[in-house]
Design a protein around this ligand. Structure first.
Ligand SMILES: [Fe+2]
Length: 169
């Protein structure tokens, strides 16, 4: 049976919350490990703060629809993030892989919020649509920053690597 529009919206908001839990763990792990890439680290730390705010916004939207966050989905997000972060940490080019993974993840977030804005609007939940648009703008800004700064990160990595100094993170 098809879910009614508020139920679909609620499901997607909870999925987004679990996704942000994953982002939070992944970004915090990556940010705290970076030693030689201060600009990347600073931008990641800024986005960790934004991610915390996004989770609170999502919680308010979920409560507005009479729901609560899904512990099981959030736990799964956390497990996925730990697997990602551990996989990255094992690579000798951790910073390069991490930057790529972050860029990819931001685009998953962008697609998620674009869908959420539409679902909220279809359900007549303008306030939730506006909240998701605000989050969407933060994800786009982070993706743009990563796109613009990836060359600097990669050049720095290659230079350190060629010098034989610690380049990994
Ligand atoms: Fe996010």
């Amino acid at each position: 049976m098809p879910e009614d529009r508020n139920e679909r919206l609620l499901t997607w908001l909870r999925d987004a919350h679990a996704m942000e839990r994953e982002a939070d763990t992944m970004l915090r792990t990556m940010g705290s490990r970076l030693e030689h890439y201060p600009q990347l680290r600073a931008r990641i730390e800024q986005h960790v703060d934004e991610t915390r705010g996004q989770m609170e916004t999502l919680e308010r939207c979920i409560e507005q629809l009479g729901g609560s966050t899904s512990t099981a989905k959030d736990a799964m997000g956390s497990v996925m993030a730990t697997i990602h972060a551990m996989g990255n940490a094992m690579m000798e080019d951790e910073v390069a892989k991490g930057t790529g993974l972050s860029y990819a993840f931001e685009h998953l977030e962008i697609a998620t919020y674009r869908a959420l804005v539409l679902a909220a609007r279809e359900a007549g939940q303008e306030e939730i649509a506006a909240a998701c648009e605000t989050i969407l703008a933060e994800e786009v800004a982070m993706a743009d920053w990563l796109f613009a700064n990836q060359p600097d990160v990669i050049r720095e990595f290659l230079a350190r690597d060629a010098e034989g100094v610690d380049a990994k993170r």
